[in-house]
Design a protein around this ligand. Structure first.
Ligand code: AMP
Length: 193
């Protein structure tokens, strides 16, 4: 695993454990020699995670839409910065560059980005693992909701199982390493998607 895309809030959140968890993940990825790919901003948990990875000697690539450069205070100290024209391009490039995806705590943007890569994985468009780093129990209600989707038959159990959630980043990386994507459904014509 060479590069991991980390989706994270543009705010730091209410609980200091979120900041500590973002720092810990940045440091861990740097220590493992795994390059970080993220949204390229210096605000919120985005900046915290990127700074921690850089300070630990890691490589960090940011992907930021031109229009968000000021609002998300584009990070000027990254190893590589890709400026793109739209949110769609941002997500497509982050997804292409990365071998796996982790969502740290965040808001609607983080949820949207994570949901997209997970649903692409469900469709067999990529075989890359998707994980939630459940710091301070932040994602517990979402995890419960995923189980409700299965229970109410809106989500297949094997697709639910594709969301790897863990409170510990090292354990999450170990689960990524052991991850085997489910077989691509026969009905899927990749050329059409
Ligand atoms: P948030 O979790 O709302 O603080 O946002 C986290 C990151 O997601 C920020 O960098 C937002 O710019 C980004 N974001 C929000 N919506 C989208 C979207 N539709 N496509 C790509 N990035 C987004």
């Amino acid at each position: 695993m060479h590069r991991i895309c980390v989706f994270c809030g543009s705010s730091e959140g209410a609980d200091p454990r979120y900041r500590a968890g973002a720092e810990g993940l940045g440091r861990l990825l740097a220590a493992r020699g795994i390059e970080v790919v993220y949204g390229g901003g210096s605000v919120g948990l985005m900046g915290v995670m990127a700074d921690a990875a850089l300070a630990a000697g890691g490589r960090v690539t940011g992907v930021i839409p031109r229009t968000l450069w000021e609002r998300e205070v584009g990070h000027r100290g990254l190893s590589d910065l890709r400026t793109v024209e739209s949110m769609h391009e941002r997500k497509a490039l982050m997804a292409e560059l990365a071998d796996a995806f982790i969502a740290l705590p965040g808001g609607a943007g983080t949820l949207e980005e994570f949901a997209e890569v997970w649903t692409w994985a469900q469709l067999g468009l990529h075989p890359k693992p998707c994980g939630l780093l459940d710091i301070g129990g932040y994602y517990d209600p979402l995890i419960a909701f995923l189980d409700r989707m299965v229970e109410q038959r809106f989500l297949r159990a094997e697709h639910r199982a594709m969301v790897l959630a863990d409170t510990d980043p090292e354990r999450l990386l170990a689960r990524f390493a052991a991850y085997v994507p489910p077989a691509v459904p026969k009905w899927l014509d990749r050329k059409q998607t």
